[in-house]
Ligand binder design. Structure first.
Ligand SMILES: [Zn+2]
Length: 370
């Protein structure tokens, strides 16, 4: 059999900087001349004026339709129909992970190019080709994989800096897992999301992603709290929005996102963000893999210092029964193979024990720091 090829995917263009959104007309006009712009209420309120102005300057017609908050089959069908009725030939998603995911799926069904404008840095969604669809009850249903990564990702760092800092912190939670999941996938020789193997540069970027957040995350949070865009914030936004997203697709996902899939289906976790849950799952991930003490200390301390969850209670699972946690683990196993992307067999019992140990270590850290 021929050796598996190295395959790397990227958005066609990634643009990040203060006021970047003002350039959207210029970069969209080469993709299409009739756009469906969709995003949440807040996301549209902070960007719609600049988008409209830029579209008018570059002769891109557009319709705006508010995204209703969940990337469910019902919502996707509604947006696809609006796109069809208006004969759009490019889709623009504006907002956080769910809005960007919905725009990806809508463009998949409409078979149009896709431009994404993240207005928060909360997840690893912006640069990837894939997006989940959820049931009307918020449980994970399936992944839709577009044949291409987004054609354009445009990040206005000034908008990111003005958003509530909780989102940036969640983005850090979603980014710290990157190198650990990538290394697990490398050791278990998985096929990446593009159907090939990851190259050395992909693993380098995954390491850069996690290490950058661990090193500069605390400082970046301070900048964001003051609404200041500086070099440190730009670097951490690049790690959370670009590197985290590209790396998971090129290198693969394992335990941290595997846990997430199960947790997503529990009503107890509904008020927590993707990146907050992944942040805690990362702790269980490194516990299960038995990383050296100094690595564990660094990651636990980092999570604690930026306000990411370090206990089950911090993601709504205080006093969660063994049955409930096992249910989440089994649910994930039945839906996705990521929990098996380790170079050794992983049992449900091991996954459960790692959650409990991470929770205990997090509680001990809090008690020590008090
Ligand atoms: Zn993620």
């Amino acid at each position: 059999m021929a050796q598996m090829s190295l395959i790397t995917g990227n958005p066609s263009k990634y643009i990040q900087g203060v006021g970047a959104v003002k350039e959207i007309g210029k970069y969209t006009s080469v993709l299409g001349n009739k756009a469906l712009v969709t995003g949440g209420r807040t996301a549209l309120s902070v960007s719609q004026e600049a988008i409209g102005e830029s579209f008018r300057a570059h002769k891109v017609e557009y319709v705006v339709e508010r995204f209703r908050g969940e990337s469910t089959r019902t919502e996707i069908d509604r947006l696809v129909n609006i796109g069809r009725e208006n004969k759009v030939n490019v889709v623009i998603g504006v907002g956080g992970g769910k809005a960007l995911d919905a725009a990806k799926v809508v463009s998949f069904y409409l078979e149009t190019p896709l431009a994404l404008v993240p207005t928060i840095a909360a997840t690893d969604a912006a640069c990837s080709a894939q997006a989940p669809i959820y049931t009307d009850e918020h449980a994970f249903e399936k992944l839709i994989i577009r044949p291409k990564n987004p054609d354009l990702v445009l990040v206005s760092t000034d908008i990111i800096a003005k958003a509530p800092v909780r989102f940036l912190v969640a983005g850090m939670g979603d980014a710290i897992c990157t190198k650990f999941e990538a290394e697990a996938c490398r050791k278990s020789s998985i096929i990446n999301f593009h159907g090939g193997s990851a190259g050395e540069s992909a693993f380098y970027l995954a390491r850069w992603c996690t290490d950058t957040v661990l090193e500069y995350g605390v400082e970046a949070k301070k900048s964001a709290e003051q609404g200041v865009v500086d070099e440190v914030l730009e670097k951490v936004v690049e790690a959370c929005v670009y590197a985290s997203s590209v790396s998971f697709e090129n290198c693969g996902l394992s335990l941290a996102h595997g846990y997430l899939i199960g947790f997503t289906g529990l009503k107890e976790t509904q008020q927590y963000l993707h990146g907050e849950i992944v942040g805690f799952s990362t702790l269980a991930h490194i516990v299960l893999e038995e990383h050296p003490k100094e690595v564990m200390d660094k990651v636990f301390r980092f999570c604690y210092s930026v306000g990411l969850p370090v206990r089950l209670a911090d993601i709504g699972l205080k006093d969660a029964s063994r049955e409930l946690l096992m249910k989440a683990i089994e649910d994930s196993r039945s839906k996705i193979e990521w929990l098996h992307n380790e170079p050794f067999p992983v049992t449900s019992e091991m996954l459960y024990e790692a959650l409990i140990t991470a929770d205990r270590m997090g509680s001990e850290l809090i008690n020590r720091e008090r």
